[in-house]
Design a binder for this molecule. Structure first.
Ligand code: ATP
Length: 349
């Protein structure tokens, strides 16, 4: 089902926390709302569900304007971070509960429960109670309970955030697999950039109630719209160096590189990712630095260098080693460098 938001706004008292959101989610699309804590993503999701009324704007599910429609008539299933399972009911009854409410007969219900329980690998746990399950299993029960209704739209609010790191990675893979199998339109809220990048067809990045960029993950990574998006996506975070552009070159303390086509600009931030740089010998490369820390992470080495006042991280292969405090050069490995206005954060082209 298609979802459209038209200039959706929400204020709590005098504070506007969602500031005019326009969004079209395609049928079968997995859209991730990504942003730091407090940016308004949960509020946006709750308005789509009908759990919160919009202060202004319209919400459409398919062709229907549902702005004033009660949640129970919206054909939406929501999965929360706190799985909200019924502790006194078995896994089987928890999963089947939406069908029980709809008065689906017992046999048909049992069949449907087995079908979805199979999909999320819970067939061996149907007789257990939530307290007898691991966090990942509870999360799967919550998913199965959402799936059994065959909703036209899934809304998920940080569904993996209560799991430990390893389980989280595993459940992420399972979700990705399920999404491919079910093909149900999904809007997923998270502040985890890896979840956003791996799960989404498109990512909507929000900051302080406003949409910053809406694009497929690859485009967000390769072509960030502004300084905020560039700094939010990527690990380690993109390196930022403050300087200025004059006469077709970018200059900062310890840095000089040509940037033909860019007009003179007083306060500029240059952004370049660790994997787009190389440590070279002193005197070579576009940046002049001193090694500050060297960290072997397993399959690669993160080399942090002091360049003027900034620390710049370079990804080298696992065999790279050097003493801390060594003078080095840093070279651009390719043309992937971005320039932003230091004040507004707008990307310069
Ligand atoms: P998080 O990831 O921390 O959940 P979020 O991006 O989902 O953050 P929201 O939960 O949408 O953010 O909250 C956005 C802002 O609105 C926050 O500043 C929050 O304090 C405020 N807010 C949310 N609900 C209410 C409410 N019922 N009354 C007053 N303020 C609220």
């Amino acid at each position: 089902m298609q979802v459209s938001l038209r200039d959706i706004r929400k204020s709590f008292g005098a504070i506007e926390v969602v500031k005019g959101l326009d969004l079209d989610v395609g049928d079968g699309e997995f859209l991730v709302l990504l942003g730091p804590s407090g940016c308004g993503k949960t509020t946006a999701l709750r308005m789509i569900a009908g759990l919160e009324t919009a202060s202004a704007g319209r919400i459409y599910l398919g062709d229907q304007d549902v702005t004033d429609v009660l949640p129970k008539y919206r054909d939406i299933a929501m999965v929360f971070q706190s799985y909200a399972l019924y502790p006194h009911m078995t896994v089987e009854d928890n999963i089947g509960y939406p069908l029980y409410l709809r008065k689906v007969d017992k046999e048909e219900r049992a069949r449907a429960i087995r079908e979805v329980a199979g999909k999320v690998d819970l067939l061996d746990y149907l007789d257990r109670y939530p307290r007898q399950l691991s966090g990942g299993q509870r999360q799967r029960v919550a998913l199965a309970r959402a799936m059994i209704r065959r909703p036209s739209l899934f809304l998920m609010d940080e569904p993996l955030s209560n799991l430990d790191a390893k389980l989280r990675g595993h459940m992420r893979t399972e979700l990705k697999h399920l999404q491919n199998e079910l093909g149900v339109t999904t809007i997923y809220v998270t502040h985890d950039q890896i979840e956003a990048m791996t799960l989404a067809h498109r990512v909507a990045i929000m900051k302080a109630g406003e949409l910053q960029q809406l694009a497929p993950p690859r485009e967000i990574y390769n072509d960030p719209a502004n300084l905020f998006v560039a700094g939010f996506i990527g690990s380690p975070p993109m390196n930022f160096i403050e300087g200025k552009i004059a006469g077709g070159s970018f200059r900062a303390e310890g840095a000089a590189l040509s940037c033909p086509g860019f007009s003179d600009h007083g306060k500029v931030v240059a952004g370049v990712r660790a994997e787009d740089l190389r440590v070279v010998e002193a005197g070579a490369g576009e940046f002049k630095g001193t090694t500050y820390a060297i960290e072997l992470t397993g399959n690669e080495t993160l080399v942090t260098c002091q360049v003027g006042e900034s620390l710049v991280i370079v990804k080298m292969d696992k065999d790279y080693d050097e003493k801390i405090g060594t003078a080095v050069g840093i070279a651009l490995a390719n043309e992937q460098i971005f320039f932003f206005d230091a004040g507004s954060g707008t990307r310069l082209r």
